[in-house]
Design a protein around this ligand. Structure first.
Ligand SMILES: Nc1ncnc2c1ncn2[C@@H]1O[C@H](COP(=O)(O)OP(=O)(O)O)[C@@H](O)[C@H]1O
Ligand SMILES: [Mg+2]
Length: 255
């Protein structure tokens, strides 16, 4: 029987050395990511969400616990999108998007054609030859997401990818992501501060405590797919938002 679990975090702990002691950031994080599922993580600032993303992305070794891969192999490739686009300023937009393919030996013509396709999908076809510094924040972040998606990641990690954007751009891109959800096979874990973003995009929401962090609650998002933007105006959606908000703030007032 094929296993539908991509990755398990098994009692992950993270402690950073600090002047005069240690900073205990992740207390005991266990979670399961199923294949093709979209999970959002919501929690207070400084609670170690970015640290968890780096651990799941294989960029940081935890000080305790382990990652388990039930298939016996690590998800490949893993792509990470950060809050800042981190585009290379000396490469044109299209070359930034093509870069992961070039690094993996894809012929240049093919990589560029693929990159242009992804830029088109994000409505940025006209900006292929632009320098990253001439793009708006929203455009740069779309380019960063395109650069991640072009790799056809098995695991896509997004760390507050829309966090630095104004509210309208943020809403627009979250609708684009919702549409993309139906087209990609990746398992996605996204950190966000927005309850409506989490409800619109994800299958499951993990609620994180303050530092040292634990996952204190988990909610299934019951809305069927494909989802439409109008979902946000429904009573069910508004009621779910209230429930999530209550879970977050009840916990905060306890701690
Ligand atoms: N490499 C590091 N060395 C020391 N402290 C770190 C390091 N990375 C993160 N931290 C600290 O860990 C805490 C959690 O950080 P972070 O994971 O960025 O939280 P969040 O993303 O939830 O805001 C912060 O206090 C931060 O300063
Ligand atoms: Mg962070």
């Amino acid at each position: 029987m094929e296993n539908d679990i991509l990755l398990e975090a098994d009692h992950i702990q993270m402690t950073f050395p600090q002047k005069g002691g240690e900073l205990h950031v992740l207390d005991d994080i266990s979670l399961t990511l199923r294949k093709k599922e979209f999970v959002c993580v919501i929690g207070p600032s400084g609670s170690g969400k970015s640290t968890l993303v780096r651990i799941l992305g294989g960029l940081l070794e935890p000080t305790g616990g382990k990652l388990v891969y039930p298939d016996g192999k690590e998800p490949e490739p893993r792509a990470v999108v950060f809050q800042n686009s981190n585009l290379l300023p000396w490469l044109h937009t299209v070359d930034n998007v093509a870069l992961p393919l070039l690094v993996h030996g894809v012929p240049k013509n093919q990589a560029l054609a693929e990159a242009e396709k992804w830029l088109d999908l994000f409505g940025l076809g006209g900006f292929a030859g632009e320098w990253p510094n001439n793009l708006s924040g929203g455009m740069a972040q779309r380019v960063a997401i395109a650069r991640a998606l072009i790799q056809k990641p098995q695991l896509l990690l997004m760390d507050e990818p829309l966090g630095a954007l104004d509210a309208m751009t943020r809403e627009q891109i979250s609708l684009e992501l919702m549409a993309f959800r139906e087209r990609i096979d990746a398992t996605v874990l996204m950190v966000t501060h927005s309850i409506s973003e989490a409800l619109l995009l994800s299958d499951r929401i993990l609620i994180y405590s303050g530092r040292p962090a634990r996952i204190i609650d988990e909610m299934k998002v019951p809305f069927p797919r494909p989802r439409k933007p109008e979902l946000r105006d429904t009573l069910e959606f508004i009621n779910m938002s209230k429930i999530v908000r209550k879970k977050i703030f009840e916990r905060e007032s306890e701690s």
